[in-house]
Ligand binder design. Structure first.
Ligand SMILES: Cc1cc2nc3c(=O)[nH]c(=O)nc-3n(C[C@H](O)[C@H](O)[C@H](O)COP(=O)(O)OP(=O)(O)OC[C@H]3O[C@@H](n4cnc5c(N)ncnc54)[C@H](O)[C@@H]3O)c2cc1C
Length: 442
């Protein structure tokens, strides 16, 4: 389908579409600058001064990027082109300090700052933000296990600065939730390298990625053989095709056939058994990352609906005057604000402990934090799916057409319960937490 720009130059920057359904005045009011202003008014009493300054810094940058590049965020725009632009400014991943690769984040790093970065970027483009989330899943294990080895540091620098895109290969066609009983095998060679063979699927960014962090096992169906590898996708044996997920049409998600893919020794991040420990270590921050991505989607959806409902008139009144609209809005507004504060508190607490224990948070504390991260991911993924749908619903036809980013939010919010461990798997983890508490009690 050819998308022809609408008449008003200013509005073209917001969205390019074939048929304009939303009037000029409302479209203009929904522009990124106003959505940011609306968000900031909500957060001014919640964030401290330094946090607020950082949020505004990323927002100002996103506004400048849109303006300078004339990005449209239309259905056919390539979101991966934004990666090096945001990477150059250090807005891909703030989870670590990255001193080893001279990222110069000062004290603005950790989960708290990554959460704020994520919030600003999600307003800019939700599907791009999800692609950053997947690159971060490739970054985190390298950051934890680079052991100052050159090739790992090089990959880390390229990923963090957006020069390269990354992905994570856990899921297999026959092993999804049951990720520790893998079928993809690896065999150690005499020189310490490994040969990897098997099939992976649903790996976000994979067809666009230069690097992957992948898992395989020396013994099928046994976690004791699980290894973790850094993979350069230009190596022979990497065969990747795009798997289509219609709810996120701008993301490139892969299915990979790994055929005798030789991983040199210096790319082995974790040998047999260690791969499982490294996988579990990454799940805590992955789930928290999904939780703050989800709450960012909720804020984005409410920003759209609150502005729209205050301007859209039916029966001679803005529709927000009707309780059926206002009470739905306020319900999700309250839920989103509450959950945002809960996730922020978790992030601040985690960062404090990460610094206190110099990156090695004791196991007992980690396990307790892992349960909290599951609780937050569980709630946030349910909330975003309902919230984005309900906010689109309050916008009527405008909420489901392609004129604004509410359409992207609708799609991306629907997969949040599945990625990073399904809703039922979070419940499974939380149940084990409850059983542990009882065991300790009596
Ligand atoms: C858009 C998208 C992006 C993704 N990105 C990545 C990525 O970057 N990297 C990657 O490795 N993977 C990725 N995934 C895969 C994702 O992590 C898996 O889809 C997910 O873990 C579920 O696995 P599955 O699809 O095999 O479902 P299954 O595990 O087959 O589950 C089917 C159903 O059974 C339920 N179930 C399974 N086991 C239990 C249990 N013990 N108790 C209760 N219920 C259970 C599940 O909750 C689900 O409802 C992505 C998936 C999607 C859709």
């Amino acid at each position: 389908m050819v998308r022809i720009p609408i008449k008003n130059d200013e509005l073209i920057k917001m969205s390019k579409f074939k048929v304009q359904a939303v009037n000029d005045e409302i479209l203009d009011a929904l522009k990124l600058e106003n959505r940011y202003k609306w968000l900031n008014m909500n957060l001014q009493a919640i964030l401290n001064k330094k946090q607020m300054e950082f949020l505004k810094e990323v927002e100002d940058f996103a506004l400048k990027v849109d303006k300078e590049n004339n990005f449209t965020h239309s259905m056919d725009e390539d979101v991966y082109q934004y990666m090096p632009i945001f990477g150059k400014k250090g807005y891909i991943s703030r989870g670590h300090k990255f001193d080893e690769i001279d990222m110069d984040y000062g004290d603005k790093w950790g989960l708290t700052y990554d959460m704020l970065r994520c919030l600003a970027v999600d307003f800019f483009d939700p599907q791009f933000n999800m692609s950053i989330g997947a690159t971060t899943l490739c970054i985190n294990p390298i950051a934890e296990h680079h052991d100052n080895i050159d090739v790992r540091l090089k990959a880390l620098k390229e990923l963090v600065t957006g020069q390269a895109i990354g992905c994570i290969l856990i899921t297999e066609p026959e092993r999804g939730s049951d990720a520790t009983h893998m079928l993809t095998t690896c065999v150690e060679n005499d020189d310490g390298s490994y040969s990897v063979s098997g099939t992976k699927i649903f790996n976000t960014n994979a067809p666009k990625s230069k690097y992957a962090v992948g898992y395989a096992t020396t013994i099928q169906n046994d976690w004791k053989g699980m290894c973790q590898f850094l993979i350069d996708t230009s190596w022979e044996g990497w065969n990747c095709e795009r798997a289509n997920i219609p709810w996120v049409p701008k993301l490139w998600i892969g299915k990979e056939e790994l055929k005798d893919l030789r991983v040199p020794k210096e790319y082995v991040l974790g040998g047999p058994g260690k791969g499982r420990d490294n996988l579990f270590e990454g799940l805590l921050t992955e789930r928290l990352g999904i939780a703050y991505e989800d709450v960012a989607q909720c804020w984005g959806a409410i920003a759209h609906a609150a502005i729209y409902a205050s301007m859209r008139k039916q029966f001679k009144n803005p529709v927000i005057k009707f309780q059926g609209v206002a009470f739905t809005l306020t319900d999700y507004w309250a839920k989103t604000a509450n959950l945002f504060q809960a996730i922020l508190k978790f992030a601040e607490n985690y960062d404090e402990k990460y610094i206190k224990y110099k990156g090695n948070i004791p196991n007992a504390i980690r396990q307790s934090l892992a349960i909290s991260a599951s609780q937050l991911k569980y709630n946030a993924s349910i909330l975003t799916e309902r919230c984005c749908y309900e906010m689109a619903n309050l916008m009527g036809g405008a909420g489901v057409c392609d004129n604004t980013l509410i359409h992207d939010l609708l799609g991306v919010s629907r997969i949040q319960e599945i990625v990073g461990g399904t809703r039922q798997i979070q419940q499974y983890i939380m149940t084990s937490g409850l059983m542990h508490l009882f065991k300790v009690l009596l």
